[in-house]
Design a protein around this ligand. Structure first.
Ligand SMILES: NC(=O)c1ccc[n+]([C@@H]2O[C@H](COP(=O)([O-])OP(=O)(O)OC[C@H]3O[C@@H](n4cnc5c(N)ncnc54)[C@H](O)[C@@H]3O)[C@@H](O)[C@H]2O)c1
Length: 415
């Protein structure tokens, strides 16, 4: 019997728990839940209760507060699984405790948002490998069968050498992309935690939260991480919004061999909607994904054409759901004791994403090493937060939080 604890009972955490309980390789049950908001935990429990006997979470195994993660993990035995689906700022704190308790982990992306926490997570990742813990990172596209076959075909030279890739995540504002000034009845900390996509400390803002999947899948096809980035972006229609996000980003990543990845991000209503990634090589081009995370519709075309007549290969539809595959594979690895640890790759993807974000927010060229060694920790002291702590980000008298100012602040994303 594998027991599971869910830490962060929001949309993704609830989905991940459903997927954990839908694996079929052996007995599994959810035994504990933790969140900072009672309403989120209650709603998640209600939804998961549809799984019947697979959900065994009595009132005394439901925990609230910034320490709740410890209490939930204390309900597990070594070899069980903890799910981390809070905003990513808390990953290193929760992961450190899971390693102490010899727990396997599934953690959502991004896993870091800055240099100092990336270094910490690389180190924790190494410790977890040494302890033979199995750790999945929620970059589920890496488990997509269609993208796997495409990566193999690209490796075998079907599109020649990759010259450039392009990726788009452009749609209207979603989730907590924009935030109005904090209501008086909320603490700053809980406001920032609840609207985490608005703030850089909690999830790297919309850039890290949304764009990491496209950036990661392109780097997978290239089989390398870029060494530097230059970028632009700005705030066009922000009205009274007080969050830290730009509403458009345009990044040029450069790989060691000179190949490029162009990442275009936009959160604006009334404009073209595009969520896709593409690779262009000396012999052909490929759709890595189109229309979102799944199905990918991965396919290869001759030359630079997208004409039907030039289609060389397309993965047959329907595609299996990668959100379920990543869980099937993690749980099988635990049961069969096969190596399975995605932390290093997850930190690299998070760091490269931060590199593009920092390039846009500073208006400077940012290298991989500069990003890794940048000493600006966005959420220092995150491991000691209590419900009455101050928020990591301080607003001005108008309730506005510090925003990036390219060209003014230097190599730091905000003051
Ligand atoms: N892989 C994917 O496709 C995918 C999709 C959506 C979200 N995500 C990631 O999952 C994470 C959560 O996103 P979401 O959309 O579920 O957000 P959400 O707001 O719906 O859920 C987050 C939950 O975590 C809780 N929480 C926050 N801080 C906590 C803490 N310190 N301890 C315990 N609970 C805490 C919140 O109260 C909330 O219930 C983010 O990092 C996001 O990037 C990944």
């Amino acid at each position: 019997m594998i027991q599971v604890a869910l830490i962060g009972c929001g949309r993704r955490g609830t989905g991940a728990a459903h997927q954990a309980l839908s694996t079929t390789s052996g007995p599994i049950k959810l035994v504990a839940m933790a969140d900072v908001f009672e309403k989120r935990l209650t709603a998640s429990y209600k939804d998961l209760a549809r799984k019947g006997a697979l959900v065994d979470v009595p009132e005394d195994r439901k925990f609230l507060g910034f320490d709740a993660y410890k209490q939930a993990m204390d309900c597990l035995k070594p070899g069980d699984v903890a799910i981390f689906a809070t905003p990513s700022a808390f990953r290193w704190v929760h992961f450190g405790y899971a390693i102490q308790k010899n727990l396997n982990v599934f953690m959502e992306k991004p896993v870091t948002v800055d240099g100092p926490t990336s270094k910490r997570m690389f180190q924790l990742g190494e410790e977890s490998v040494k302890k033979n813990l199995k750790v999945g990172v929620g970059l589920m596209c890496r488990h997509c069968k269609a993208r796997h076959e495409l990566a193999d075909r690209i490796k075998q030279g079907e599109i020649g050498d990759i010259l450039f890739m392009r990726a788009y995540r452009m749609h209207a504002p979603i989730s907590s992309f924009c935030s109005l000034p904090k209501p008086a009845d909320k603490t700053d900390l809980l406001y920032q935690v609840e609207r985490f996509q608005s703030f850089l400390w909690s999830d790297g803002g919309c850039f890290s939260d949304y764009y990491i999947h496209n950036i990661d899948e392109c780097c997978w096809m290239k089989d390398a991480w870029p060494v530097m980035a230059q970028a632009s972006g700005g705030r066009n229609y922000r009205g009274n919004y007080v969050d830290q996000n730009f509403d458009n980003y345009s990044v040029e990543y450069t790989f060691a061999d000179g190949a490029k990845l162009f990442m275009e991000g936009r959160c604006m209503a009334g404009c073209l909607v595009d969520h896709s990634s593409h690779a262009h090589g000396t012999k052909g081009n490929a759709i890595i994904s189109t229309g979102g995370h799944t199905p990918s519709h991965a396919s290869i075309f001759k030359g630079q054409s997208r004409a039907k007549a030039d289609l060389v290969w397309a993965f047959p539809q329907p595609e299996p759901n990668p959100y379920q595959l990543e869980w099937d594979e993690l749980i099988e690895a635990i049961r069969n004791d096969t190596p399975y640890n995605e932390v290093k790759r997850g930190v690299e993807a998070s760091l490269v994403t931060s590199m593009g974000r920092m390039a846009a927010h500073t208006g400077q060229v940012i290298t991989y090493d500069e990003m890794l060694n940048c000493s600006h920790e966005f959420g220092p002291g995150i491991d000691t937060l209590t419900m009455s702590s101050a928020g990591p980000l301080v607003s001005d008298a108008q309730g506005k939080y510090p925003i990036p100012q390219p060209g003014i602040i230097g190599k730091r994303e905000y003051l």
